[in-house]
Structures are given as structure tokens and as C-alpha cells.
Design a protein around this ligand. Sequence first.
Ligand SMILES: C[S@@+](CC[C@H](N)C(=O)[O-])C[C@H]1O[C@@H](n2cnc3c(N)ncnc32)[C@H](O)[C@@H]1O
Length: 554
Amino acid sequence: MTLLSMECAVCGVSAPLTCTRCRLVRYCNGEHQKQHWPKHKRCCKPFREEQDPALGRYLAATQDIQAKQIIFVEEPLVVGPKWFLTEGEKSATIVPCVGCFTPCRLGKHQCRNCHWPVCSVGCAHESLECSILSLGNAPGAKSDVRGQHDYFRHDALLVLKCLLLQRSQPERWKALLEMQSHEEERLGTELQLEAEQRIVSYLQQRFLRRLKSNTNKQNVLSDYEPELLHRLCGIIETNYMVIELATGVELSGLFRQACMMEHACQPNCYFQFDATTHRIAVRAGCDIKKGDHLKITYTNILWGTQMRQHHLRMTKHFSCRCPRCEDPTEYGSYVSAMRCLGDVSKTCDGLQLPVEPLNEQTQWKCDTCPMLVDAAYVTEVQTHMTEEVERLLAGSPTASEVELLLARLSQLLHPNHFHMFNLKHTLIQLYGHEPGLELVTLTDLQLGRKLRLCEELRNVCHRLDPHSIKLAIYVSVILIEIAHTLEEKARRLPAEAKLQLELAQSHLQQAEEVLEKVQDSVAGKKLNDRLQLDQFELDKLMLANNHSQTQTAV
Ligand SMILES: C[S@@+](CC[C@H](N)C(=O)[O-])C[C@H]1O[C@@H](n2cnc3c(N)ncnc32)[C@H](O)[C@@H]1O
């Protein structure tokens, strides 16, 4: 994907000059740049960097910004392999090429100098990085696989890439060290312990300490002490952004400006990557007013407040105080709400909500009876349910298995609770697709249930993310499934066919618009392909319906 037009903003010919302030608009000559300025100044670099004791550095709009407008585009300070690896990824036989990050088989091709895995013998990588990696004793391609996994720790490469900026790109190094690292908050935490074992001591023992005894390389780096490496781990953990390539490969990147955007549980910006240059484009997800902060979401906005807060505290070391976090109902979505079970003498239909949502130890109070429960009870129930839901969803369940768990959880949870949401989102994709449950075979009751579930889910998404900035994939799936259901209703009720088909068409158009935001992601592309087919099929259906109506009229 090319993020920016390469043509002159005035006459459209290929343009060599760029506006030096925002670097977003191009011109073929100075005359056209001058001519365009009265118009361009209304959107040229519409933000500035500011500082706040609680937030640190952040970005604020200096003028009104329209939805979808590109706010800025920037080069990465550093891009490297995925930062947070699951246990499975740590022991995978397919690993990123040390040169271009293309997935390659461990032991197939190796760099001639450092012996790290490469996609092909000709794929070169950065020479300084290669010379440091060549200080290690790489295991041979035929050696024990566990030994190879232990040696080729590609997540540690990201830290090495950061470290090498001190020599190769001093400007970027300076910008990197200005980033928030939360060094003090990390001291003694599990995150720091893990970083010590997996990254810091590994880089030190296998490569960096050997610099001292190597007369040619002694002065390559002025600082590679463990404290600096821990600081870099903190910077990465606090700031890294996930870059998803069209191939499905996930990389991690650090960006000077984009990483300054603060977190909010309802964001107003989103970003897209150029897979070739790894540049990032930050866009407005909705209209942004002058003075508003530019905000993205660092966590999963479908989680309830307690889980989001926990995740942000553990990884980013702050407590979010956005309006959603302060609202026990989370904008009326009730995604954390539990059902009140009443007491031994009386059952109750009320809902348990956190008294102080920002307090991890808060009590939960019923909105109908005086019943209070402790945070520990809620956490225990939630943890148990998380395990059950994850286990079920990991095993490609059938619709009836999902219905069973839903029925069980509905005794304890609000229908919109995030666990219920997850199960229902799976269910709408099973009704109409599961073998034996294709649309034509669904009973009217099942079809009606599918439609009701879709509407419930859409309502939750709208409350949490009214502009579908973070939930674009979820929302487009819901819209597409609504369209399928309406098409099937049209087939069953010829008298209403025209209306139902037009409604289906409008849902597919909405899905297309929502998908624009995620057009560069693998899931977004896949959904978009499916949407094109659906639109084609719907057009055919509409034509056939028009034709049969004309025939009837004649
Ligand atoms: C990606 S950095 C953002 C840039 C950072 N403020 C700086 O000065 O470099 C993330 C850190 O910014 C701070 N931060 C971001 N959003 C915040 C929020 N909503 N409330 C409090 N602190 C926030 C936290 O310290 C967090 O770990």
C-alpha cells in the first residue's frame, strides 16, 4: 500500500518537492507550492507535542481535523522481529529471516558470516548487526532443535537493533533514549526478570561481552552495560507498535511521534503501515476538535475495565482514567456486569457493578438489592470463565456447544458481558456457515436468533467504539452477517424481498466503509475479498428479484 500521493497537489504531474513542514503533500515546483499554501495551511501539521505531569509527552490537535485525514506519516526509529513471543513462537521451526523478516525454516539457510537463519543465501542483513552476531557460537543446522531455539532468540534482536543505533544513527538513538522506559516501575517485576533471563543476560553472555576481547571490535559500541539493555527493554515494552505485514508476519516498530500518542479506551486515531517502507500513517478515526488529544488504544477494548486496567498497569505502568474506566456501566455497555445471585432468603434480578471501577480491590454492588461482593470473588469467577471460554473457542466448537456454554454463563453474567460477547460473535459466524447449519437450512427461529445476536453485538460495539476505530474487524463481520440474514429473509418472504435486499445492501456498504481502516491487515484484506463476493451475489439477487417483480406486474 502506498500511503501518500506522489503527484503535485495542484496539477497532478509526478512531483519531486514535498511540503517540508508536514511532508505529506507534493509539488512539481515552488510556484505550485506557493499557490497551494492558502488551502494547504488549513491542514498542514495539525498537531503539536505537549507535556503533562501525568501523561508525559502527548500530541494535541492545533486545528480541527476531519475524519480519515492523514495527520502525519513517519519513518520508524527501528523495526525488528515481533517483541512479545508466545511459548509456541519461542520454539517454532519457522522463524523470521534475520535480513528481511520473511518466515524461513530453521536450519535451511544461514547467513555465511553470523550463521543466523536467512530466507535465502543472498539475503543480506545490516553489517554491524551481523558482525556482533558473528561473535557468538551459532549451533550448526543439524544440531539439536532445542539448542537452536535457545540460541536464535529473534525477539532479542529488536533490543540489539536499538542498541546499534548509538553507532549507526545517533539522531535516532537520541530520540529513542527520550522515550518513556518506566525503568523504576519495572524494577523487581516479573517483566524485568523475564527481560533479564531471555534478553539481557543472553545478549551479554553470547555476544556483547566478547566485544572486549576482540581487538577489531572493542570500540564498536561505547555502552552495552546491562542497565542500558534493561532500559531499552523498558522503552520497547512501553512503546512498541505491532506492524502486521500482508504476509501475516508480525513485526515490532518504534516511532518517535506515533509512540507519543496517549492511550484512551475510546480512541480517536488509528494507524496504517506501508509494508515496503515500514512507514506509519496516523489517521483521524473521527472528527477531532482543535485542542483534543490524539489518542489510540494500547489494550483490548472488548475487555472489561478490571482486565484493561490490569493489563495497562502491568505492561505500561499507568492507570487509565478515561470516562469509560470511571463509569461502572462502561458507557451503558455493561461488558463487566455480573448478575446478582441474591442471598439465601431471596433471589434477585439485579446487576453487580464495581463501586469504584478504578480500584482493583473494589467491592461490587447490586443495583437492585443491598448485596455486596468482594473483588476476589469476581476475579475468581472471571478467571474461571476466561479459561472455559478460551478452551472452548480454541477447539473450533459447534454452534450447539457455544449455545450450551452461553446458557451456563448467562446465569452469572450480563448478556453483554465480554465473555458473552466473545461467544456470541463466534455464534453468528457459525449460524449460516457450519455444515448442517447453512443459511437455507436454518429454521426461522434460528435465523431470527442470528439476527438478534448480531444487533446486540452491534449495539455493544457502537457504545464502546462509535466510529469503529478499534473494532473495525468485529463490526464488519457483524454487518456482513446481518446482510446474509436479510438476504435469506428476502428469499423466504418474497413480499418483503425488495426491502430486505436493500437493507442488506446498505449493511454491506457500511461494512465496506468500516473495512477501509483495516485494509492493510491480513484479516481486513480477507474480509474485504469476501465482501466483494457477497456484494456481487447480492447484486445478482437484486437483479433477479427486480426481474421477477416486473414479470409478476406484467
Ligand atoms: C507510548 S508511551 C506515550 C509517550 C509518553 N507519554 C512519553 O512521554 O514518551 C506510553 C506511556 O505514556 C503514559 N501514558 C499514556 N497514556 C496515558 C494515559 N491515558 N494516562 C496516563 N499515562 C499515560 C504512560 O506512562 C505510558 O506508559
